[in-house]
Write a protein that binds this ligand. Structure first.
Ligand code: NAD
Length: 287
């Protein structure tokens, strides 16, 4: 990626909620993507899910007139070879993420910037396990990435100026505004939001109000855009619980220990929009 050619060669790891969302954003902005997913069913399904999201984005007037870029899929971190920026959006598990990023480091050059989309794991914790810790930054894209124009950017203590500048160019190509924040469990957004969602679920668990009533009060009285429990469904309750565990383990804050209702929903497979059922029921939107 040079100043003359600002379109980065981008690889995205993971075709879950966020991998699909980030890929949709990139393709809509004219940035080609190699999307890598280990689960064969999810990999096969990803192009159709992305096409649906692109159609929705178009209907909402996002990316008007930008020609869509090409999507390629792959099954292994080795398919990141040749990428200038790699965005990791796999399951919220520090061991899995550092293993995959180590594999990516082995097939990419030292100029390749590695970006983790982790919600909660400190960037320095992941970087410490990598052969080139200076290549890693955190960029916290949220869902749907094509609608949310601001991203939280986390510079690790070892992140190099070159990696920072690659990420700045990526954000320009994607039309996103980065807000740089300090490292630490949950950074800013998950540290605040995830604990609040956990409290909202606890209120429902205690029988004090229904999910609908909690969301209505938070929306109408406090100006929360979607309500915390609809947000939980959008995030994915399985991912939310993983992130709360990361926060609880690293901060000791009891408010971050996932409440029983969230754990029950994960056990029951009620993961939110992606499974068709969470705090609410969804038809025809499973992705
Ligand atoms: N869901 C959200 O709203 C949201 C928002 C911001 C950040 N995040 C973060 O983004 C990351 C992904 O979250 P998600 O909600 O998309 O999770 P998800 O469970 O929907 O998807 C994760 C995907 O990664 C795949 N995967 C696992 N190991 C892999 C590997 N080695 N190589 C390639 N693919 C692999 C899984 O098969 C799965 O499809 C997490 O770190 C999460 O905390 C999520």
């Amino acid at each position: 990626m040079t100043e003359e050619d600002p379109i980065p060669r981008l690889a995205v790891l993971g075709a879950g909620v966020m991998g699909v969302s980030i890929t949709t954003l990139a393709l809509g902005q004219g940035v080609p993507v190699t999307l890598i997913e280990t689960d064969p069913a999810k990999r096969a399904d990803a192009p159709a899910r992305i096409a649906r999201e692109l159609r929705t984005a178009q209907l909402m007037g996002v990316h008007p007139g930008t020609p869509r870029a090409e999507l390629t899929t792959g099954s292994s971190p080795a398919d990141c070879a040749g990428a200038e920026v790699v965005i990791e959006a796999i399951t919220e598990d520090a061991g899995l993420k550092s293993a995959v990023l180590t594999e990516v480091s082995a097939v990419t050059g030292q100029d390749t910037a590695l970006v983790t989309n982790t919600s909660s794991i400190p960037v320095d914790e992941l970087a410490a396990r990598l052969p080139r810790p200076e290549s890693l930054l955190g960029v916290h894209f949220m869902n749907p990435s094509y609608l949310i124009r601001t991203v939280e950017v986390i510079r690790g203590t070892k992140s190099s100026p070159e990696a920072v500048s690659s990420v700045r160019r990526l954000l320009t190509a994607l039309g996103r505004r980065g807000v740089f924040v300090g490292d630490g469990p949950g950074f800013v957004t998950s540290r605040v939001l995830h604990r609040m969602i956990n409290d909202a679920a606890r209120v429902v668990q205690e029988g004090r109000a229904s999910a609908e009533d909690v969301d209505t009060l938070m929306q109408d009285c406090l100006g929360h855009r979607t309500g915390p429990l609809r947000t939980a469904d959008l995030i994915g309750i399985d991912n939310l619980v993983d992130s709360l565990r990361v926060l609880h383990e690293r901060t000791g804050d009891e408010g971050c220990r996932p409440c029983e209702l969230l754990l029950e929903k994960v056990r029951a497979g009620e993961h939110g929009r992606k499974s068709g059922q969470g705090f609410y029921t969804y038809t025809g939107v499973v992705s």
